[in-house]
Design a protein around this ligand. Structure first.
Ligand SMILES: [Zn+2]
Length: 510
């Protein structure tokens, strides 16, 4: 009789089998670039003026990745033909762990149209439209002055793809390019850094393969046959997943059982001394503060340097030294909504998300039931308490929270109304709503307004057609009669004067 533990390898077999079918389907959905040599000219050397003949694509290569000029031309032609502004090029032959990682990270059937999906691929070679690359701010060169970049780390390409996908939300794709030779060494050493960069916000995904291994090990003595079957299935999984699209590099399958686990082993070995590093903010590429002599060809955003953090700390100290009084106005004695004067204290609150000092009182109006912050924040107070929540220190976290799922945005955009020509999203934040709402209203022009820098970034990403930075009541006169729809999501309750905001909306509506 099989002991209870003996079922663990059986469960592992079932899990590996089902997962292999799922992942194989994904790999099968990746397009293959035909090695045509008759595409439109581009990248062809020999022109006198490098700007006149400049190909519209820039190639970013991981260290050690090689491809011939004919394959480059084929990739350029494919990208142009399919309207891809960003194209991750997948080698047809890869090591076992790279095939598995690719299939686990991307669902090619929905990837291109999923406007909030993370930029993903094989992280070996990425073709980027020069204009898109210039907009990302990843390089300091402008779009007419960009050249191919080589010798990037795979972890840097993770950051490149994530950033590029955000700037080309519905025109980023991936395709297999036969002839592209992937990075060496292929011994799994770079996998840990790739995982740390790619799964920075999904740490649980890094543990799943280890759980599978643990299940097999725990049941091995009770059910050796099933354990052997599970090990074999796990070993051959990359071959099954790759199918006829992706091949495990010849001669590497035998040692892949070890190379696939090297990243996890390296992490275990490094754990005691590097716990803080591993648990801290994701490190993408060398930290400029610790590696000043290693300038990188790209800037990977989303991480404040220790110098910037020190500057912020001293700025906050200076502001707090001046006291908190100026962050609040004088309390009011009447309800801002109905004018009633039957006010009672509903609650006293504090800043529970950032822990900034200060006490905030909320009053309830006995006449209309409106609950409001009293006294309200001054403009200085708004700036102080919101800083580093949506931007600065909080930007990366907010990106994750807002970008988690398109569901809420689709729900908000799905209205039974005639097709709007122009839509203004007030309090548009980082433009996530407008980005997703385009899938519901593809012909509508989406503009957005907010006080933070995030709204300008949304314009750079083309998530909004036009960004207005400022207070709605101040700007409304310039927007008079322009919009068919004005939306305010989680906005009105954050404003100082909701009635003035509604007046502004009435003014801006056509
Ligand atoms: Zn009231």
């Amino acid at each position: 009789m099989v002991r209870r533990r003996g079922w663990l390898p059986v469960a592992a077999c079932v899990g590996i089998g089902l997962n292999s079918i799922r992942l194989r389907g994904r790999v099968g959905a990746i397009d293959v670039i035909e090695s045509v040599d008759h595409g439109p000219p581009g990248g062809a050397p020999g022109s006198d003026d490098p700007h006149a003949q400049r190909p519209p694509y820039v190639l970013l290569l991981a260290s050690g990745v090689r491809l011939g000029p004919e394959h480059r031309r084929a990739a350029d032609a494919y990208a142009r033909r399919h309207g891809c502004e960003v194209l991750d090029l997948v080698p047809a032959e890869m090591s076992a762990h790279r095939i598995l990682d690719l299939a686990r990270m991307v669902d090619p059937s929905t990837y291109r149209s999923a406007r909030l999906a993370r930029g993903r691929g094989a992280f070996q070679a990425v073709l980027v439209d020069a204009e898109v690359l210039a907009r990302t701010g990843l390089t300091t060169a402008d779009s007419t002055d960009l050249t191919d970049l080589t010798d990037l780390t795979e972890a840097e390409l993770v950051a490149v793809l994530e950033t590029c996908k955000r700037h080309a939300a519905a025109s980023t794709d991936l395709a297999v390019l036969p002839g592209l030779v992937g990075a060496e060494p292929d011994d799994g050493r770079t996998r840990l850094s790739v995982h740390r960069a790619a799964y920075a916000w999904e740490p649980a995904r890094r543990v799943l393969p280890a759980l599978r291994d643990a299940a097999i090990l725990l049941g091995a003595t009770s059910n050796p046959l099933a354990a052997l079957a599970a090990v074999t299935m796990s070993w051959l999984q990359p071959v099954a997943v790759g199918g006829s699209r992706l091949w495990v590099t010849p001669g590497t399958l035998r040692r892949s059982m070890l190379t696939r686990r090297r990243g996890a082993l390296l992490q275990l070995v490094g754990m005691p001394s590097r716990t803080r590093d591993l648990l801290g903010a994701p490190t993408i590429g060398p930290d400029p503060a610790t590696c000043p002599r290693a300038p990188r060809p790209i800037r990977t955003a989303g991480r404040l340097t220790p110098t910037e953090i020190a500057e912020k700390r001293s700025q906050y100290r200076r502001e707090l030294a001046g006291g908190l009084d100026r962050f609040l106005e004088s309390p009011r004695t009447t309800c801002p909504w109905c004018g009633g004067n039957d006010l009672s204290v509903r609650m006293n609150g504090r800043d529970v998300s950032q822990g900034k000092p200060g006490r905030f009182r909320y009053d309830r109006c006995g006449d209309c039931g409106h609950v409001f912050q009293n006294p309200r924040l001054s403009f200085e107070g708004l700036d102080f308490y919101y800083r580093d929540f949506y931007d600065g220190l909080g930007a990366a976290m907010i990106e994750e929270v807002f970008g988690f799922s398109p569901g809420p945005y689709l729900h908000r955009a799905s209205l039974s109304i005639p097709t709007p020509r122009r839509w203004l999203d007030v309090g548009g934040g980082h433009g996530h709503f407008c980005n997703v709402a385009r899938t519901v209203w593809p012909t509508t022009s989406f503009d957005a307004l907010d006080i933070g820098a995030g709204i300008e970034e949304a314009e750079r990403r083309r998530w909004v057609d036009r960004a207005y930075r400022g207070l709605f009541p101040d700007i409304a006169a310039d927007l008079a009669d322009q919009y068919d729809v004005i939306s305010m999501f989680h906005y009105l309750e954050h404003t100082r004067d909701p009635l003035a905001e509604l007046d502004a909306a009435a003014l801006a509506l056509a």
